[in-house]
Ligand binder design. Structure first.
Ligand code: SF4
Length: 447
């Protein structure tokens, strides 16, 4: 970011019309300077100022959109080295490799298995995003057939891997709608690959043998007018690959090196022969600083921890993790099932829902929005007081789902029971245990 908020402000119209979504040009300038706003949000910037500001306000690491539909993902767009400085924005895309000469029946089997690997956490569906299809024989026909199947029969995005532009071009004709990544331009084919990327409007992977060559290649391709590049320094030895990732993140953020201002792709599948070791390497790259990670396979036991690591790292550290307010069904509750209420701090939700599940007593769990605060904190902050919880119980609609009027509140919030009784005069307010591990016994004793 070359300009300060004040420098940007001087170039804005200063009419304070508010059309950009904030009330003043100064506020907009500050947002622009900190990467929180896009210049296009102001329709009144002069062409001259737009040109100057576009360069200054461009994100240091270019954001790139890949895939389509539910598995679409964005890489790049990061603005800090360390998560505690602000936040990381674009969760690392996870891909697994398939060689194009795979038997059709084996491909079907793999895709079916991979598609089933979906995990629900904090109201989110954690999934891997893409298949990296590698051209095994330089043979367009088998490559295109596999690309077509993956694109049309699954939701996975695609990384099309071949050193032959004509093979990639043929595949793009059948799967271009999935916005695949073309991989990769090298010193030998940069011109043809660059032209293909320009012609198709698809992002292009760039692979070199070392950082120096990577910068030269990146410059060559940006000189051709390409904007969406994904960098691969070529390192397949862990220490070097790690160093390269850090260098590629640091150079644009700290040194303003535009040549490296792009997200990266890494290949743990080419750094180890064992999926467990690949997984450990991948976990390093999620933290430092891969845009995409390509594994040799997706297996639940290796994928799930990576998805959780990614979830934890790519959340805003200044905002507690929370679940969506609402009525959660644990098991298959009916009109006689118990009702419990608690806050939307994700850890609270996990623990309470886990204990209810463990009790094997189907229940209704009401999750109230307390801005991600736990029960005690929310109560102390007045966000989990009796009248507020009572109003929530009334408006959430649980009364229409049950034939009783009993509700269990957390033991630590026992003090709110009186106020709740006033707010919900027809209801019996039951005080649950303080320790969530006692919930199963509490529910069983109720039955
Ligand atoms: Fe200022 Fe432009 Fe925002 Fe209007 S839209 S307040 S002119 S920055």
């Amino acid at each position: 970011m070359g300009l300060t908020g004040i420098q940007i402000f001087k170039m804005l119209p200063k009419t304070n019309c508010g059309e950009c979504g904030v009330p003043t040009c100064l506020a907009f300038a500050m947002n622009l300077a900190s990467g929180k706003a896009e210049l296009d949000a102001c329709p009144y910037v002069s062409d001259e100022a737009r040109e100057e500001l576009a360069e200054a306000s461009a994100p240091p690491i270019r954001p790139i959109q890949l895939g389509a539909g539910v598995r679409a993902f964005k890489i790049g767009g990061e603005t800090v080295m360390y998560r505690h400085e602000k936040t990381f924005f674009s969760p690392t895309g996870l891909a697994a490799m398939i060689e194009s000469d795979i038997e059709s029946s084996d491909l079907d089997k793999k895709l079916k298995e991979w598609n089933a690997l979906q995990y629900e956490r904090v109201g989110l569906n954690l999934i891997p995003q893409a298949v990296a299809l590698k051209d095994a024989k330089g043979d367009a026909e088998t490559f295109v057939a596999a690309a077509k199947k993956i694109a049309e029969e699954t939701e996975f995005g695609l990384i099309l891997m071949s050193d032959k532009p004509d093979v990639l071009k043929a595949a793009v004709e059948v799967c271009g709608f999935k916005k695949p990544l073309l991989y990769a331009a090298t010193a030998d084919n940069a011109e043809d690959m660059g032209n293909l990327s320009k012609e198709t409007g698809l992002p292009l992977g760039v692979k070199a043998d070392n950082m120096e060559d990577l910068i030269a290649l990146s410059d060559k391709l940006t000189g051709m007018g390409l904007k969406d590049l994904v960098l691969d320094s070529g390192a397949r030895e862990i220490k070097q690959a790690f160093e390269d990732q850090v260098a590629i993140r640091r150079a644009p953020l700290k040194g303003g090196v535009r040549s490296l201002g792009f997200p990266t792709i890494t290949f743990p599948c080419e750094m180890a022969t064992d999926l467990d070791v690949e997984t450990v390497i991948a976990s390093m790259f999620i933290a430092k600083y891969a845009g995409i990670i390509v594994l040799s396979d997706f297996k639940g036991e290796s994928l799930f921890p990576l998805l959780l690591e990614r979830l934890n790292l790519f959340t805003d550290p200044q905002r507690p993790m929370m679940v969506t307010e609402g009525i959660y069904e644990i098991g298959t509750p009916d009109e006689n099932s118990p009702i419990l209420v608690t806050t939307n701090f994700s850890l609270t939700y996990f623990i309470v829902s886990g204990e209810i599940e463990g009790s094997r007593i189907p229940s209704w769990l009401l999750i109230m929005d307390t801005e991600g605060l736990s029960v005690m904190t929310a109560w102390a902050a007045g966000k989990f007081s009796g009248d507020v919880v009572g109003m929530f119980v009334k408006k959430c609609g649980i009364g229409d789902k049950v034939a009783h009027k009993k509700i269990i509140i957390p033991g630590y919030a026992a003090a709110i029971s009186g106020e709740m009784e006033e707010e919900l005069p027809d209801w019996e307010i039951m005080i649950g245990p303080r320790d969530a591990s006692l919930i199963p016994k509490f529910l069983k004793d109720m039955n």
